[in-house]
Design a protein around this ligand. Structure first.
Ligand SMILES: CC(C)(COP(=O)(O)OP(=O)(O)OC[C@H]1O[C@@H](n2cnc3c(N)ncnc32)[C@H](O)[C@@H]1OP(=O)(O)O)[C@@H](O)C(=O)NCCC(=O)NCCS
Length: 154
């Protein structure tokens, strides 16, 4: 299926969708200003969205990426992720990073497209969220930081 992917103003970011990736609306509202939002549509509806925050020095952080449950596992998340990776490559970025839980399918999702584990922040989800975040019946505790490094252009 052909997707139309485009950047939209961060203030128009689809909050309900982003909450699937980050359960804290306060945190999303805090990082939206200064971030960039990219959305994918199938012509009829929005099927994926993500937010990327510049960290400086050519580094950018994928703050959240989400696909509505009814559209998951159809390749839309992968299509948007690959588009965003290519977008920042063209923009001469040095690296793209993302923080994610220490288990679950998301780890494979990112690593399939070139992200590698670069560090671990123990108890990140305990210390930064008021309520436990449960995935696969297990509370998320530690955050893995994954980094995709772009080869330096000659
Ligand atoms: C993570 C997410 C963006 C992936 O988008 P998606 O469109 O569902 O994923 P894709 O269809 O592009 O799948 C890519 C791969 O991810 C894996 N995957 C995606 N959803 C999965 C699920 N629910 N269970 C197991 N594997 C899954 C599959 O391995 C798939 O590979 P395959 O095609 O070989 O089966 C989406 O599932 C989502 O919104 N999840 C909830 C929010 C979230 O966790 N965001 C990331 C925060 S770190």
């Amino acid at each position: 299926m052909m997707l139309h992917i485009q950047e939209i103003p961060a203030q128009d970011a689809p909050m309900a969708l982003l909450l699937l990736a980050d359960p804290s609306e306060d945190k999303i509202r805090a990082y939206l200003p200064g971030s960039r939002c990219f959305v994918a549509s199938n012509g009829a509806e929005m099927v994926a969205a993500c937010v990327v925050k510049p960290l400086g020095g050519g580094c950018h952080e994928l703050m959240s990426i989400a696909v509505p449950p009814t559209h998951q596992k159809q390749g839309h998340g992968a299509a948007l992720l690959q588009w965003v990776i290519a977008f920042f490559r063209k923009a001469d970025a040095h690296q793209l990073e993302v923080g994610t839980g220490s288990f679950g399918y998301q780890l494979a999702f990112y690593q399939r497209y070139g992200f590698r584990v670069s560090s671990i922040e123990r108890d990140f989800f305990v210390n930064n969220y008021p309520l436990p975040i449960i995935e696969d019946g297990i509370a998320l505790l530690d955050m893995l930081r994954l980094t995709l490094q772009y080869p330096r252009q000659a």
